[in-house]
Design a protein. Structure first.
Length: 447
């Protein structure tokens, strides 16, 4: 444990952003070429989305157990497990392609890769929030998460554009470079990431299954039992139906619209997505200076995102489709840090990682349905139809977010948490909620 008397909030934030940025840089190297790589490896387009769906299914299967690992054995162990598993499965992807192993082998590796990502989800965020709350009173989580998203977006920009150019040389190269970078991240994280504000609870091997079951029951009961979180998770599942499929479908779809076999252009588009996401992150900081309702940002961004998502499939113009994708990405840049902050406002330290993992699991359930369902639609009717249908499904999140807005409460407030602060933050005529006491947490809480 660090000596908290010498640890500052700035140091904690810089460590968090460094680890998140390095992880994203390594992971994103394959994002602009993954679908093309699987097609070159001999999979049909339907089989590609089966493999991707099983990646999402792996995340559904392992989210809660890995969240429990972070809430018991520690956030650092969970992060290192994620990096290590991701490095190994990335190499296995290349080996499977060389052996022309087929969809079954790729699907099994995808499930294992999903395991790696679930060890990451929740662990690093929980580490940050616990550490910040140990050294600071009432940290501004919306701003921290927005800035960390900008760092991750910049890393994604470098990773995707680099992966696109490396893929122009050979589609296997981005995977190999990713594995090398992940090994470096593992070493760096082992030195930089130390638990603070959270005490790991080592367990005997025989006690792990029982403890995982107990933590999972507690986490699910309080995560789903908290009405605000439940509404947030349902909206996340509706968006997950589209986004899990749409990102990978964009690679062949945009080349189809462009009528050119230029992998580097796909890399540029994916890199532009990261810049649009950063722009959305910046909007959070700008808008939050004027008004203090998180639900307002979520409803507005979700509405814009749904319209733009449908437009991607409704147009035959490459330029319009790319522009619409960038609008969707900017909207996601607003949604992600705002819902992260809301979630952390209503969870406690003991179960924080499990709640985040449960939230990710619900979104992944939507992702599995989207990968399979929209994959089948695009296989039968084309990618454009898939985007129209998927974009329409994201609209289902909007009524749920309106219910979240009506619920109100302290967690719906951006920035200041005192009555005077909220009064100053919301101009006259804009709605505000009264009652700024701490949000009650059910006796059984989820992380």
């Amino acid at each position: 444990m660090w000596n908290t008397g010498r640890v500052t909030g700035d140091r904690i934030i810089k460590t968090y952003m460094s680890l998140a940025g390095m992880y994203t840089l390594a992971a994103s190297l394959i994002w602009s070429v993954n679908t093309l790589f699987l097609l070159e490896a001999g999979l049909a387009i339907g089989e590609v989305f089966i493999a991707n769906a099983l990646f999402s299914a792996g995340m559904v299967l392992f989210e809660i157990p890995t969240g429990v690992v972070a809430d018991t054995l520690g956030r650092r162990i969970s992060y290192l497990l994620s990096v290590g598993i991701l490095a190994v499965t990335t190499v296995l992807y290349v080996a499977a392609a060389q052996a022309a192993a087929g969809v079954v082998v790729f699907s099994l590796i995808s499930i294992a890769m999903g395991l790696g990502f679930t060890f990451y989800s929740g662990a690093l965020e929980a580490w940050l929030v616990d550490a910040l709350r140990t050294v600071q009173d009432d940290p501004d989580l919306d701003r921290v998460f927005a800035r960390s998203q900008q760092v991750s977006g910049s890393a994604m920009f470098l990773g995707t554009i680099g992966g696109g150019f490396l893929g122009q040389w050979d589609l296997a190269v981005p995977f190999l470079v990713r594995a090398i970078l992940l090994v470096a991240v593992f070493v760096i994280a082992g030195k930089m990431m130390t638990e603070i504000g959270f005490t790991p609870r080592p367990m005997a091997v025989g006690d792990i299954p029982m403890e995982m079951g107990r933590q999972a029951r507690v986490g699910i009961a309080s995560g789903w039992g908290h009405r605000g979180l439940r509404l947030l998770m349902i909206s996340g599942a509706a968006r997950g139906v589209f986004f899990g499929w749409a990102f990978y479908a964009a690679q062949p779809y945009f080349l189809e619209l462009l009528a050119r076999d230029a992998v580097w252009i796909v890399g540029l588009v994916t890199a532009a997505v990261s810049l649009a996401t950063i722009a959305g992150n910046q909007l959070v900081e700008i808008i939050s200076r004027r008004c203090g309702r998180r639900s307002t940002l979520l409803v507005g961004a979700a509405s814009i995102s749904s319209v733009a998502a449908v437009t991607i499939g409704a147009t035959t113009s490459f330029a319009v489709a790319v522009t619409s994708l960038l609008i969707v990405s900017a909207a996601m840049g607003v949604i992600t840090p705002v819902r992260q902050a809301y979630l952390h406002q209503v969870t406690d330290s003991e179960h924080r990682a499990t709640v985040i993992s449960f939230d990710a699991m619900v979104s992944s359930v939507g992702g599995v349905g989207g990968q399979v369902g929209l994959g089948a639609v695009s296989d039968a009717r084309g990618f454009s139809t898939g985007y129209v249908v998927g974009g329409a499904v994201t609209g289902l999140a909007i009524p749920t977010l309106w219910l979240l807005r009506r619920l109100g409460g302290p967690a719906d407030h951006l920035g200041p948490t005192t009555d005077a602060g909220v009064e100053a933050a919301c101009p006259a005529g804009l709605p505000r909620e009264s009652g700024l006491e701490a949000v009650p947490i059910p006796a059984l809480t989820d992380a």
